[in-house]
Every structure is written in C-alpha cells, then in structure tokens.
Design a binder for this molecule. Structure first.
Ligand code: AMP
Length: 369
C-alpha cells in the first residue's frame, strides 16, 4: 500500500504486465503501419511513460509529437471544457495515431477526435493503453487497446492523483475500503440539503444533489437544463434516463472522493437499481440510506418559507409542492422497502434544531461498520 496526499493505493498492475501489453500494441500497430511513417501523438501529461516505452517497442520508421489538454472541471452540458494547448504541426497527409494513457468515459477523446477531424490527416487512429470499456460511452471506436480495466481510480506509470504518482513504475488503484456512501432520503423540505452540508464537512464526503445539478444547468442554459426545466417547474420528476446519466457523470467527476452523500437521488426504483449496479461496477456500494422524517404540513410551511428567499418556482406554490409529495409517495416512498430488504434503511426524526438532527444522523453514520 502507498499513500499519496491523503489517500491509500494498493498495487494493481506490475511493470511487466504493462510492458507486455505495450509490446503487443506495438506489434499490432506495426502490422498496419510499418510500410509508412506514421505520426504518433502522445496526450500529455499522463501518456509520457507510455509513449516512451511504446516507441522503444516500435522499431520502425515513425515520428512523434504531443498534444496537451487541460481540463476544467466545471459543470457544462458536456460535463467538461477542454482547452488545447499544443497542436502538432505538419500533420497533413500523415497517418496519425493518438497514444492515450487511459480512456474512460470518452470525454477527452471526443475533443481529440473533433480536433483532428478538422485537419487533413490521411488516417486517424486511437491507441489506448488502459481502456475502461464499462464506462466508455463515446461513439468513436478505440482502434488499439492495451488492457481493458475496470473503472477504478488508478495512479502510476504517468497517471497522477493531484499530480503525485506519475513517476511510479507500476500501476496502483485507490483503496476504497474506507469509503462511506450515504443516501439521504426524505420528502422535499425535509432538510436533506442542509444536513448534507454539515455531514460532508464532518466526514469529508462529496455531496451530490441532483436537484442542485439540474438548477445549475437551468441557470446556465445548457441542453440538460432546458430539458429538465419543464418537469421541475411542474414539480414532476425528470425522466430516469436523463437523471441516471447525470448522476453517473457527477460520480465520475470525483474519482478520488472519500465517499458520497446522495441527496435527492435515487427517487425511483429504476434509479435505485441503477445506482446499485453502477456502484458495484466501481467496487463501491451504498452503506446506508437515512430518511429524514417530518410530516407534510410542517414541510409545506418550510418550503413556502424557503421559496420566499430562494426564488425557486417549485417552492412558491402549494399545489406544486403537493404534487412533489405525490410524486414522492408514489415513486420514492417504495424505495424504503428496497433498502430495508438490504438491511440499509435507517430513519431519523427530521423535526428539531438543525444541530440536533445532524447529531442524530452522525450517530447512524458512526454506527456503520
Ligand atoms: P430537489 O432539489 O431535490 O427537491 O429537486 C428539485 C426537482 O428536481 C425535483 O422536483 C425534480 O423535478 C428534479 N429532480 C431532482 N432529483 C431528481 C431525481 N433523482 N429524479 C428525477 N427528478 C429529480
């Protein structure tokens, strides 16, 4: 086990396994390109070791260059904004093969494909040393693959965790053993957001509120925001397919989180199942679902009060609030049984002083093994 910054990582791939995979890639690429002079383009920073070992294994005429992408981790309709800092020159008429250290969701790749599709290259291919086929949702096929790996956060062999770990000769994966993932459950107005704010500080967790992500997208006029707006304005749930993909994206953006608080998700049986399957594929799980209980009349009064300050249209009209409760009773309340069956359901009285309620929630979290 090694420690980088605040996290522990365990050995995952030995140097020999990596070099064997690279030798095989070099052989496959040579089969296709040894009679011409391809241009290999490494994607910095992560691919520098891969490019070096790849070229040692590829002993045929070739050229090499690099691109560098910087990713801004803000929320946009695509989830990411990429800025290209360096474009290789003299690409016209050449066969370009991108050497990428790791391909996961395919966001970075999309930008690369877009960039190179505007050039006059003869051919454009992608070679990925590590490929997370489980989470890849790009349209572009990966032409050469080193190793197909599960979707765990990895470091070493060029890959970093907040810039550390690039110089490791082997690949390590994040040790998830101490992760805590909590679902905060409860009707609108039960105090999930407020409590999540305290719990995330106390336990160093990442808070994901699907309602907040939707509102952020609405404010920024993204496609997702435009789609969600009409549902939210009426107090209806946004369709599962949209919400589930968005939630996955939010989790993917925080590969190094010590755990998550899911607030406002899952809200339907399909979402709960999707969450379980998704977390399982990442070697993670929901540790507890904690419901904040309060009765409807108190909640309506709280929401109308909040609506005066927050400006949220769905908090200003009692009929919309009641519709959100109906949605909850019909679609979300049955999840109680789903989590009870798994032995993960806990109920907490949501009426009282804010810090009292935080204490009640903390007691549940600290009782988990
Ligand atoms: P909230 O801030 O959690 O009360 O969410 C506000 C609104 O966003 C809800 O009334 C829904 O329209 C939408 N929303 C938030 N989370 C979900 C979800 N998990 N599934 C479907 N719709 C959601």
């Amino acid at each position: 086990m090694i420690k980088l910054h605040d996290k522990f990582f365990k050995p995952y791939l030995k140097e020999e396994q990596i070099l064997n995979a690279i030798a095989k890639m070099a052989k496959d690429i040579a089969k296709d390109y040894k009679d011409e002079v391809p241009l290999f383009v490494g994607v910095l920073n992560g691919a520098f070791m891969f490019v070096s070992d790849f070229l040692k294994a590829y002993q045929h005429p070739c050229e090499v260059s690099f691109v560098r992408l910087s990713s801004y981790q803000g929320l946009t309709s695509t989830g990411i904004v990429e800025t290209l800092l360096d474009v290789p020159e003299e690409m016209e008429g050449k066969s370009v093969i991108i050497l990428e250290d790791v391909v996961d969701t395919g966001r970075t790749l999309k930008q690369l494909v877009h960039l190179f599709s505007n050039t006059n290259v003869k051919e454009f291919k992608i070679a990925a040393l590590f490929y997370k086929s489980e989470v890849y949702n790009g349209e572009y096929p990966i032409d050469y693959i080193g190793l197909d790996i599960p979707d765990n956060f990895i470091v070493g062999y060029g890959l970093d965790y907040n810039e550390l770990g690039r110089n490791l000769r082997e690949v390590y994966q994040l040790n998830q053993a101490n992760m805590i993932n909590i679902v905060l459950f409860g009707k609108p107005g039960a105090g999930k957001g407020t409590q999540a704010g305290f719990l995330k500080e106390k336990y160093n967790l990442k808070h994901i509120s699907t309602g907040d992500v939707f509102r952020y997208n609405i404010q920024n006029g993204t496609d997702l925001g435009k789609l969600a707006k009409s549902y939210i304005d009426r107090g209806d749930l946004v369709p599962d397919a949209v919400t589930i993909d968005m939630l996955k994206d939010e989790v993917e953006k925080n590969p190094d989180a010590a755990g998550f608080i899911f607030d406002g998700f899952p809200r339907t049986a399909a979402q709960a199942e999707a969450l379980d399957n998704f977390l399982e594929s990442k070697n993670m799980r929901v540790d507890a679902t904690i419901a904040l209980e309060a009765d409807d009349d108190i909640l309506v009064a709280r929401l109308l009060e909040r609506g005066k300050v927050s400006g949220r249209s769905d908090d200003q009209d009692e009929s919309k609030i009641r519709n959100r409760f109906d949605e909850y009773n019909e679609k979300t309340a049955p999840l109680k049984a789903y989590y009870q069956k798994q032995g993960k359901f806990h109920s907490v009285n949501g009426i009282g002083e804010i810090d009292e309620i935080t204490t009640r929630l903390s007691q549940v979290i600290e009782s988990l093994d």
